[in-house]
Design a protein around this ligand. Structure first.
Ligand SMILES: NC(=O)C1=CN([C@@H]2O[C@H](COP(=O)(O)OP(=O)(O)OC[C@H]3O[C@@H](n4cnc5c(N)ncnc54)[C@H](O)[C@@H]3O)[C@@H](O)[C@H]2O)C=CC1
Ligand SMILES: CC(=O)C(C)=O
Length: 333
């Protein structure tokens, strides 16, 4: 809310604060009585010594100023967290959001720290801030630590992209309990934990936010041999609709992207698993999908990142509860 009321005049870097936002800048103490002017507010926002005396609202504003470089740059960066961003679709999303002007918290499992570091370096080379955040999204405390880390390092959070996911190939009748559990833990619990923790942060900040979840074309129509995976994605699509209705009052939009067949390490796993079941040579199950795609080609992670870029931008402000197909025309919504 506060953020929406601020106007940045980019010609002279002058920040205009509406009168009603200026008053409660300090906690009620002796220090406050002598420090209520606009100039003092600006001083306090950049001053470490004054920070403990700030009213909570102004402290948030102060964090935003310090992290977003109001003092030295015309550009006001927003921040986004992308989970499972060490490779594949998540990496493409992280890089695309950086090109769009976001600072990015790059999450993945610690086992993928080498990949994450490279993504962080690429984002920094694009001129944005980036921090790694290792953690398993299926564990709530690790998701909480990831969001805290992002806010501490990059300032207020604007966008959560709950992208991390895993796939497993088996017929529904052959699915074993630990496989079913792990698929739901990562693909569904990992998404709801990311959404809940981000939403609480957005509500604390008071100016809304955007939640963007990884679904799939299989959330509309299950694919053979990945039935449990398909069910996890149908659950994500349903959750996206429920959270959109719950969080609209807090100015939070909740949407999902539904890729089709994307050339990533996930499809290497799927192709290998399908080969074990139907005996087709390596790569053949992946190639075979082309005949089901209206545009006649499988996709690359950047195809999906374009949709996420839209969902993360203000162009999507009047869109919520939607699962957006980016599948070249496998399913029609
Ligand atoms: N590749 C495809 O054809 C499609 C993918 N999707 C979805 O898009 C998302 C990204 O998929 P891809 O990039 O293809 O997969 P990928 O396997 O290439 O990358 C997924 C990343 O998520 C990370 N990850 C896995 N479990 C995690 C956990 N518990 N905590 C944190 N990170 C974790 C992995 O380490 C990996 O770096 C997934 O949710 C997937 O289900 C949806 C439709 C199609
Ligand atoms: C992995 C996945 O979701 C599809 C549709 O291929």
């Amino acid at each position: 809310m506060l953020k929406a009321k601020l106007e940045l005049d980019t010609t002279d870097y002058h920040l205009k604060i509406p009168a009603k936002c200026r008053a409660p800048c300090y906690r009620p103490c002796g220090f406050a009585k002598i420090q209520r002017s606009y100039g003092a507010t600006m001083f306090a926002c950049f001053s470490t010594t004054a920070r403990p005396f700030l009213h909570p609202t102004t402290r948030l504003l102060s964090a935003s100023f310090r992290h977003r470089g109001f003092a030295s740059s015309k550009t006001v960066s927003k921040s986004a967290i992308v989970t499972g961003a060490g490779q594949g679709i998540g990496k493409a999303i992280a890089l695309r959001l950086a090109r769009d002007g976001f600072d990015v918290c790059v999450n993945d499992l610690e086992a993928n720290s080498g990949l994450v570091k490279k993504v962080v370096e690429e984002i920094v080379a694009l001129g944005q801030k980036a921090v790694p955040a290792y953690g398993d999204v299926s564990k709530l405390p690790q998701v909480e630590a990831m969001v805290d880390h992002s806010v501490n390092e990059l300032g207020p959070l604007d966008v959560m992209v709950a992208n991390a996911g895993i796939a497993q190939v088996q017929w529904a009748m052959d699915a074993k309990e630990p496989d079913i559990q792990r698929l739901f833990e990562v693909n569904f619990c990992g998404v709801i934990y990311s959404d809940q923790v981000a939403a609480r942060q957005f509500i604390k900040q008071g100016s809304g936010g955007k939640i963007i979840n990884a679904a799939s074309v299989v959330s509309f129509r299950p694919f053979p041999m990945i039935p449990i995976y398909s069910a996890t994605k149908a659950a994500v699509r349903s959750l996206t609709q429920s959270l959109a209705t719950e969080l609209a009052k807090d100015k939070i939009t909740v949407n999902a992207y539904a890729p089709g067949v994307v050339d990533s390490s996930m499809w290497e796993t799927i192709d290998r698993g399908m080969s074990e079941i139907n005996g087709l040579p390596k790569g053949e199950n992946f190639q075979k999908t082309k005949s089901t795609i209206t545009l006649g080609r499988t996709s690359v992670p950047e195809d999906v990142a374009k949709m996420v870029s839209f969902l993360a931008s203000s162009d999507s402000d009047y869109v919520t509860g939607q699962t957006m197909l980016v599948d070249g025309g496998i399913a029609f919504s």
